[in-house]
Write a protein that binds this ligand. Sequence first.
Ligand SMILES: C[S@@+](CC[C@H](N)C(=O)[O-])C[C@H]1O[C@@H](n2cnc3c(N)ncnc32)[C@H](O)[C@@H]1O
Length: 308
Amino acid sequence: MQRRRSLRARPLAALSVSAPPRSALLVAPLAALALAAFVALPMAGYAPEAAAQAAKKEEFAPQVGQAGKDVIWVPTPEELVERMLRMAQATSKDFVIDLGSGDGRIAIAAAKKAGARAMGIEYNPDMVELSNRKAREEGVAGQVKFVKADIFESDFSQASVITMYLLPGLNLKLRPKLLDMKPGTRLVSHQFNMDDWEPDERDNLEGRAAYLWIVPAKVQGGWKLTAGGETHDVTLTQRYQKVEGSVKLGRIEAGLRDVALRGDEIKFAWVDSAGVRHEFRGRVSGASMEGTVRSEGGREGRWTAARR
Ligand SMILES: C[S@@+](CC[C@H](N)C(=O)[O-])C[C@H]1O[C@@H](n2cnc3c(N)ncnc32)[C@H](O)[C@@H]1O
């Protein structure tokens, strides 16, 4: 205390001109070291600001159960990730988008195991950074990208496969947008369903559920169907992928049999006034349908339909 006060009191000139005392000769190298360290400090702060940032990111370790915007992070076990991609029958022709992609495992597996292009939409920027790094490490950075975004404000309409591990309420909130996707798009959800939209397939891995839906074409309503030079009024009633219908055969409203809609593929049959069964298979494309018809007795032909 006393020594410091006396130093502050001494004039600068006195300090500079007087010959250094013996003890000062010992202190000088230490002071030089301290100065060097002091000067070096701001340098360390500079340079490697980016490197320091990167090191910080490297240190980011996700914690199971950590908060997320609308749902916490819990990863899907790898075995179920694989099954979910198999349920979707993902291939190299697909574009897989994982909504709420966490550590990126589903999108990365889609690229590595199915050869698909893939994307993960994730709100937590640290998870996005981690996922992009993992994609680089796994050698699939050219096929997969992760973006920091809110799934409820993102356009994922280009996907041919959607994967999700969210919550029932979030699935329901997404449902209108999912139903509006291109017919045939496959949706796979870990654990949570979509209320009254029954899945096309339900799998189970040791108590964990996975559900598959195939986005159905929109066929509800009246159609004019032409086959073999005759035109018939067909009416279809649709609830998601489940379709019922009828055809006008003169004064008879005949029920359609064996109706099935899978994506944009439709099939149905009716028995005409002469008791002959006709089987129709075809594709829906917006406001029209077309395909082939096989009649009992072996006759085959084409049919088309347009909305009434
Ligand atoms: C249960 S985890 C599933 C992670 C990954 N899909 C999986 O199956 O391994 C849900 C993820 O969604 C993210 N998330 C929550 N709300 C989100 C939102 N609104 N937009 C984007 N991501 C969100 C969370 O941060 C979390 O990583």
